[in-house]
Design a binder for this molecule. Structure first.
Ligand code: ATP
Length: 735
């Protein structure tokens, strides 16, 4: 998989140096300090290593050729690793993948994949997909072989998971947990929005219900009005016609009687005395006529005043029934909301007092603004009624005076007529006739007056009906007036219609009590309930995605646990084999840490981190070693060589189970004696069947197992140089 490494300006490799890896196992040999480990570090560097320590430096500058007497320092170090990707180990569609990193003296780095600039993250993702993980279990630096032995059980677990290719589950889980946290946050936010919305929505709902009740009342009122108005129209029309007819007949009869009378009276007078008496009759008649006219005018005036008085009384009755009709509904709503708001905050005695004070102020302002003016309105109406009442009394007084005067004039006329007939001795018959006619005339006059009185009453009824119509129109709209006129008055008693009128008034009062929130309330209610429904849906969605994430986390944990258990068994099988091979017996295995009290309290900061409680639950990994013929209680009791052997067995066992594409071993064999070196060599050959190996070594045995040997030398100029060497040369170079 590894094809080539190209180093320019990295540490001691001042000049461009290319290592070809055309064999499965490549050995790098050379004297101490010639720059072999720098090759292993070049790998780390190119793969995105961020820890300066693991590249034996303090700052980025330490990674760049620092200069010598013969060659000046460089500004840039770069390393490119060329991979063969024909088997698509990397999930990109290229047969060759070049990962390159360059570092500059200002501390910055640039990364690229196949020549395109990318972010470090892109490199990490690409590598993770090919089991070249972040704990770099595939690059074992010099002296670091027993890193896995020295690591804490928890770090050891992380290394093992990484080597088994399981970190990806861990990453996915962390990602899911992060998303879950965010989702739960969103749920809380949506919930709080809904809680904020709830009281307003409740208020709007009650307003809309009121609106609906008012609408129902309005519909009832409309149809009741239509029935009432149609019947009333027909009734008034019928009355009007009857009265007109009656009046016309009376007037006709009156005219006939008058004419007949004046004809007879004319005949009755032929002398001067007679003429004088007739003159007296005519004057008396004229006076009666005039007084009748005046009284008729007066009675029309009385009719008008009485009409206005009735209307004024009706208005003030309405004000008394609903004195707050003029109070805008919004003001009432605002007062209700204020009450609700204050009540919500009144949870302590002090707060309750403050709320009460605030409420008192609000109610006071409300009364001043709306209730007091309503009282003023009532007073105004009553004042108007009082003035009209006075006017009526005055007119009635005049009418009484006029009636008396008329009575006197009529008596005078009767007397004048008697005088006239008495003067005509011969006219006994004529006299009787004149008296009869005068009587008939008086009767017809009273009939006309009666008709006129009925006309006036009718006028009053008509006005009242018009007022009722105007009021209904204002209250419920034009629909009240769109009804079919009745061709005939239904056959029913008048009191049925009067009862209809009373029922209309009752509906009107109920309608006014129901109040009328505006149409904007309906619109607002629609908007707010739509928002509420939207939030509810969103909450459902969020709850579903939270449930999905929780399920995913459980799945990932299960998968991880399953693979981990399986991997652990496999690693243990390999480990015991390698261990027995290296030590000529004995055994070693990885065991899950017993959760003891000490370990629980080990990291108090961790227990505060509630986001990742699962991390703590997972037990770390212990290494249990049984040497042949020796009893050891801890890893610390092992010798350096024994430690190296144990680590090698473990590293190889892990690599066996989930082989990394390549493995770099920097002097991992340094502590081995001859016998163990042979075994090590056997294992390397074994391992090379699955992973490509680069071994940095001084060990002859190890060198003998490599297909390619590179020698690294360093001249007086401090620059590392690379040369391809034969085995015998290599042995010589290495010394
Ligand atoms: P050993 O066999 O003893 O482990 P080695 O061959 O692994 O030795 P390295 O540790 O790889 O040797 O090389 C260290 C050499 O690299 C030292 O001579 C050091 O001066 C040189 N070196 C390290 N960093 C730089 C740099 N930035 N510029 C120039 N030379 C450097």
């Amino acid at each position: 998989m590894l094809k080539r490494l190209e180093i320019v300006g990295f540490k001691s490799f001042a000049k461009k140096t290319i290592l070809d890896f055309s064999s499965v196992t490549t050995a790098i040999v050379g004297p101490n300090g010639s720059g072999k480990s720098n090759v292993a570090e070049a790998f780390r560097f190119a793969l995105g290593e961020q820890s300066m320590k693991s590249m034996r430096g303090k700052r980025t500058e330490d990674l760049i050729w620092g200069g010598s007497h013969s060659m000046p320092r460089l500004m840039r170090a770069s390393v490119a690793i060329v991979f063969d990707n024909s088997r698509r180990i990397f999930k990109i569609d290229f047969d060759e993948v070049v990962i390159e990193r360059a570092a500059f003296r200002d501390g910055t780095s640039e990364y690229s994949i196949n020549g395109s600039r990318v972010r470090l993250r892109d490199i990490e993702e690409l590598l993770a997909g090919a089991n070249i993980g972040e704990t770099s279990h595939h690059i074992i630096s010099q002296g670091e072989a027993d890193r896995i032995l020295l690591a804490s059980p928890r770090d050891r677990r992380a290394m093992l998971e990484d080597a088994l290719g399981l970190r990806v589950y861990e990453f996915k889980k962390q990602e899911a947990e992060k998303k879950l946290l965010k989702t739960e946050d969103n749920i809380a936010q949506v919930n709080s929005l809904r809680r904020e919305l709830a009281p307003h929505l409740r208020f709007l709902e009650s307003q809309v219900k009121k609106l609906e009740r008012a609408q129902a009342l309005r519909d009832t009122l409309t149809s009741a009005c239509q029935t009432y108005f149609a019947i009333e129209d027909a009734f008034l029309e019928q009355e009007r016609r009857a009265i007109a007819e009656e009046k016309k007949n009376a007037i006709d009869r009156l005219a006939a009687a008058t004419e007949e009378l004046s004809r007879i009276e004319e005949r009755a007078t032929n002398d001067a005395e007679g003429t004088k008496r007739l003159g007296a009759v005519r004057r008396a008649e004229a006076l009666v006529e005039r007084l009748l006219g005046e009284r008729s005018v007066l009675s029309r005036e009385i009719g008008r005043v009485e009409g206005s008085l009735a209307a004024a009384k009706q208005r003030s009755v309405k004000v008394v029934n609903d004195p707050y009709a003029k109070v805008p509904r919004e003001a009432l709503s605002a007062l209700a909301e204020e009450t609700e708001k204050q009540a919500a905050h009144a949870d302590t005695l002090e707060a309750a007092r403050a709320a009460l004070r605030a409420l008192h102020g609000a109610v006071r302002a409300f009364v001043d603004r709306f209730i007091a003016p309503a009282d003023d309105l009532l007073a105004e109406e009553e004042h108007a009624a009082y003035a009209l009442e006075n006017e009526r009394t005055e007119l009635l007084g005049k009418d009484t005076v006029l009636a008396e005067e008329l009575e006197r004039a009529k008596s005078a006329l009767a007397r004048a007529r008697e005088d006239l007939t008495a003067h005509d001795e011969t006219g006994k018959e004529l006299h009787r006739r004149i008296l009869d006619l005068a009587q008939a005339k008086a009767h017809e006059e009273s009939m006309v007056a009666k008709s006129e009185a009925r006309e006036r009453a009718l006028g009053f009824f008509t006005e009242e009906l018009e007022r009722d119509k105007a009021e209904a129109l204002a209250l419920v709209g034009a629909a009240v007036l769109s009804y079919e006129p009745l061709p005939v008055l239904p056959a029913e008693e008048r009191r049925v219609q009067e009862e209809r009128k009373r029922s209309l008034e009752r509906i009107k009062i109920r309608l006014e009590e129901a109040g009328g929130a505006g149409e904007d309330i309906r619109r607002e209610h629609k908007e707010v309930s739509e928002r509420e429904a939207f939030l509810a849906r969103e909450l459902d969605d969020l709850a579903a995605s939270a449930a999905g994430l929780r399920a995913l986390i459980v799945d990932l944990e299960t998968e991880l646990a399953k693979h981990f258990t399986l991997g652990l068994t496999q690693v243990n099988a390999s480990l015991s084999e390698y261990f027995a091979l290296m030590f000529g017996g004995g055994s070693a295995r990885l065991a899950l840490e017993e959760p003891d009290v000490e370990a629980e309290g080990e990291d108090p900061e961790e227990s505060l981190d509630e986001g990742m409680p699962k991390e703590k639950e997972r037990p770390g990994i212990e290494i249990v070693v049984n040497l042949p013929k020796k009893k050891v209680r801890s890893l610390m009791q092992l010798s350096g060589g024994e430690r190296a052997l144990t680590s090698i067995a473990l590293i190889f066992a892990m690599s066996q189970v989930n082989p990394p594409p390549f493995l770099i071993l920097d002097e991992t064999d340094a502590a081995l004696d001859e016998a163990n070196s042979r075994r090590y060599g056997d294992m390397i050959e074994n391992l090379a069947q699955k992973s490509q190996l680069i071994v940095i070594t001084h060990n002859r045995e190890t060198m003998s197992r490599a297909g390619i040997l590179y020698g690294v030398t360093m001249g007086g100029d401090g620059v590392s140089k690379l040369l391809s060497v034969k085995f015998d040369e290599a042995v010589a170079v290495a010394k």
